[in-house]
Design a protein around this ligand. Structure first.
Ligand code: CMP
Length: 137
């Protein structure tokens, strides 16, 4: 069924000038851009977005990384877009993400405490609704 997801081009993707290349893949796949904005999130926004990771060893480095620069937030729509975008993105660890995916083609390990993996995509309809509310009010 038609659904929506939240996609983020994270600060590493924006800083490296990969926003256009990432958007080109999303558009080539055929999903619809419903809304898009450049966001400089504050700690409260990120704490809400990453509530499920609070207490994990990478939580603080993750928030520091996400505060390091703007992200591009995208409201994306299409049939099965949640799983479709996650397939485009590839697995979490960019070192081993499959070539042909965004993370596999553009990402790597930079020796930091957090995996800088270029993009985020909601993992379920419930997460998508929650996260879209957080990034688009
Ligand atoms: P994402 O899946 O969008 O949201 C959680 C983020 O935490 C993830 O992307 C990575 O950037 C980061 N992350 C997840 N697991 C680890 C880990 N084991 N070590 C470091 N960073 C991680």
């Amino acid at each position: 069924a038609t659904e929506e997801t939240l996609v983020l081009v994270k600060p590493d993707g924006v800083a490296r000038g990969l926003t256009g290349a990432i958007l080109a893949r999303i558009e080539a796949k055929g999903y619809a851009l419903v809304d898009i904005r450049l966001v400089e999130p504050d700690r409260d926004l990120l704490a809400a977005h990453y509530a499920e990771h609070e207490g994990k060893p990478f939580y603080e480095p993750l928030l520091e990384f996400m505060l390091s620069g703007p992200s591009v937030a995208i409201r994306l729509a299409g049939n099965r877009v949640i799983e479709g975008f996650r397939s485009l993105a590839g697995t979490t660890d960019p070192t081993t993400a499959a070539p042909g995916t965004i993370r596999g083609d553009f990402g790597r390990d930079w020796g930091l405490k957090v995996q800088q993996n270029l993009v985020h995509g909601s993992d379920s309809p419930e997460s998508a609704a929650r996260e879209l509310d957080i990034w688009f009010d």
